[in-house]
Write a protein that binds this ligand. Structure first.
Ligand code: GAL
Length: 319
């Protein structure tokens, strides 16, 4: 009887050890993600890819409990979301800032809470990052995307000078002007033309805040005002270019024949349009490469490894 009891006890101990061991083996990390605005074509692709890629990296012993919230393009809302992530003691934060001018305050908050921070998509000023191995930015250099847009025009037989008057007359539709993507794309697209010795004239430069309906509205009224004078429509992103394309065809103009249209992002729809000739060119803003790099950095931080401050992903010309 004693023997049986001893065996039973031993078995109970073995099983409970095994059970404990198993419990300890699974680690669930809490990941807080705040996106500047869900209602944005490009950032929607980005956030979906980010979540599915991170989930695909789960193993039997490592799980990611990912919470993604909508900053609703409102800095106060986003700041509260970060406070909530801190209170919830998340293990890492991935942040697409509403305003890069708030980077300093938010970085400080998160660093003080001892939580690693991966900034994405909206490049913060360099001084927010220096020498901090728990904070990084993952993005693409917007200068490159602007340059590529301009180079596509330079590469056209007439260099964008439809009416042959020696000057390329264009309109510029900008994203959020607080954002370096908008600033650099606006500047570097035109710089590529002037660097190639091409004379340019800006007919109008307006803010469309990355939105399709704004792109359409601005292009429609510019076409009504300047008519055939407009030879090139530069849009800081594809959503606005889709709007511009609608306004261009509504005005009876034909892309590739009497006007040119450029965007950035390479949304599938726009890649199809470039192939069909209804859009002159776009630039691939690699949401897959960027979201994967952001997740890889987050996992590095979760493993206690030091981060570089900057991780870059290349743009690709689509024409
Ligand atoms: C840009 C992208 C835009 C918009 C913006 C948001 O990189 O080209 O379409 O998503 O980010 O910050």
């Amino acid at each position: 009887m004693k023997k049986v009891l001893a065996i039973v006890l031993a078995l109970v101990m073995i099983f409970s050890f095994a059970a404990c061991g198993k419990k300890d083996e699974t680690k669930t990390y809490k990941v807080g993600v705040s996106i500047y605005q869900f209602d944005d074509n490009f950032m929607t692709l980005y956030r979906n890819e980010l979540e599915s890629y991170m989930k695909s990296l789960e193993t039997d012993s490592v799980k990611y409990d990912i919470t993604i919230v909508d900053g609703k393009n409102d800095m106060a809302t986003q700041s509260e979301q970060i406070d909530t992530f801190i209170t919830q003691n998340v293990d890492v934060i991935i942040l697409n800032l509403v305003q890069t001018s708030s980077a300093e305050a938010l970085v400080k908050k998160v660093v003080d809470a001892g939580i690693p921070l991966i900034l994405i998509n909206r490049e913060p000023a360099a001084e927010n990052m220096t020498n901090n191995p728990t904070v990084c930015y993952v993005g693409a250099d917007a200068r490159q995307s602007g340059t590529y847009q301009g180079e596509i025009v330079v590469g056209l037989d007439n260099h964008g000078d439809v009416n042959g008057d020696g000057t390329v007359s264009y309109i510029m539709i900008e994203g959020d002007p607080e954002n370096t993507d908008a600033q650099y794309r606006t500047e570097y697209s035109i710089k590529a033309l002037t660097d190639a010795g091409i004379k340019v004239e800006c007919l109008t430069d307006q803010v469309g805040n990355w939105k399709q309906e704004k792109g359409e509205e601005i292009t429609a009224s510019a076409l009504a005002q300047y008519g055939e004078k407009i030879e090139v429509v530069f849009c800081n992103n594809d959503a606005m270019a889709l709007g511009a394309a609608a306004a261009i065809s509504a005005a009876g103009r034909t892309v590739g024949k009497d006007i040119y249209l450029l965007g950035v992002d390479a949304l599938q729809e726009c890649q199809d349009m470039v192939k069909a000739g209804t859009m002159t060119g776009t630039v691939l803003n690699d949401h897959v490469g960027q979201s994967h790099k952001a997740v890889d950095a987050a996992i590095k931080a979760l493993n206690g490894e030091a981060l570089d401050n900057w991780y870059w992903v290349d743009y690709v010309k689509i024409q």
